[in-house]
Design a protein around this ligand. Structure first.
Ligand code: ZN
Length: 303
């Protein structure tokens, strides 16, 4: 037995029963034994990553925004795969695994999603998904871009995400897009806009990643004004990026795409330009992602 398990079992009992249970007595002469338990099953696994992180982006899963992107992408892949294979989502298990490329010491950590059949010696779904041509089709399917006989199903999968009502009502994720009972632990991280961005990035390393295009533009238009007002910042634009100026701290809060790197050595040109413009005005630039702005608008503290 373990003490944790004992305590947990106690919590499951009604109060009056709990009082009748005596705590376990230990044999003080014998040292405790530390053990780990594992359930090992054998099944197929499909993994998918992004081999080369484009300049200016950060896909390191240690960063909350990037971790959110990987999980959001994974759950979207799983949902699309379940639709394509005509199986229940829980027949596919999903995980995210950090990846460090030891062959290239300066490449930053990244991650990959892995999908396995949930049944032991599963039905081979993951093996099929792992065929490069099939996976590419799956990505196109997710983005509503599949042509041929499944073109209509592909549109039917993608269109509800970008539908104007959903777009307006869902700044992060909801039960209509990425949330379901089985991924409850990840609900605060999930973001359908990031999931679609990752799918676009997986297909094309040159895919446009900014806040002025696609499904980010309307979210930015609605969010930036109230975000800056709520913090009592004066809204302006630096290097073309929405910025809030704090007269008392001399800070310039610049709203950025969740996957943009804040490291000066790997900044996108528009972010570097915004930083330079802030400094020319004697302001201290602070990059804050739209991902945080919609979830934790007051985490950026105004002193
Ligand atoms: Zn939603």
């Amino acid at each position: 037995m373990t003490e944790n398990a004992f305590d947990q079992a106690l919590l499951d009992l009604p109060d009056q029963d709990r009082r009748t249970i005596r705590p376990p007595q230990y044999d003080g002469a014998t040292p405790p034994v530390q053990q780990a338990l594992a359930a090992i099953s054998s099944t197929d696994v499909m993994t998918a990553g992004i081999n080369t992180t484009p300049v200016g982006l950060r896909l390191n899963p240690a960063v909350p925004e990037a971790r959110a992107a990987w999980y959001s992408f994974g759950f979207l892949v799983r949902r699309a795969a379940a639709v394509r294979l005509d199986v229940a989502e829980d027949e596919l298990e999903l995980g995210v695994q950090p990846v460090v490329d030891f062959s290239s010491p300066f490449s930053p950590p990244s991650a990959r999603v892995f999908i396995s059949d949930s049944l032991e010696n599963g039905a081979g779904y993951s093996t099929r998904l792992g065929e490069p041509a099939d996976f590419e089709e799956l990505l196109l399917f997710m983005l509503g871009q599949l042509t041929g006989p499944d073109a209509a199903r592909s549109r039917a999968f993608f269109d509800p995400f970008v539908d104007s009502v959903h777009e307006r009502e869902c700044a992060t994720s909801c039960h209509r897009c990425l949330r379901e009972y089985g991924n409850m632990a990840y609900h605060p991280l999930l973001d359908w806009r990031l999931a679609l961005d990752m799918a676009r990035l997986a297909l094309d390393p040159a895919a446009r990643m900014d806040l002025t295009s696609g499904c980010w533009a309307p979210l930015m238009a609605r969010t930036a004004g109230p975000f800056f007002q709520g913090l009592n910042l004066v809204q302006t634009s630096l290097g073309g990026l929405a910025t809030g100026m704090n007269a008392s701290t001399n800070e310039a809060v610049i709203l950025i795409h969740p996957l943009w790197d804040r490291d000066p050595a790997n900044m996108r040109p528009e972010l570097a330009a915004a930083f330079a413009a802030a400094e020319r005005k004697g302001l201290q630039p602070v990059a804050y992602s739209i991902f945080r702005a919609v979830r934790f608008p007051y985490e950026y503290k105004v002193e």
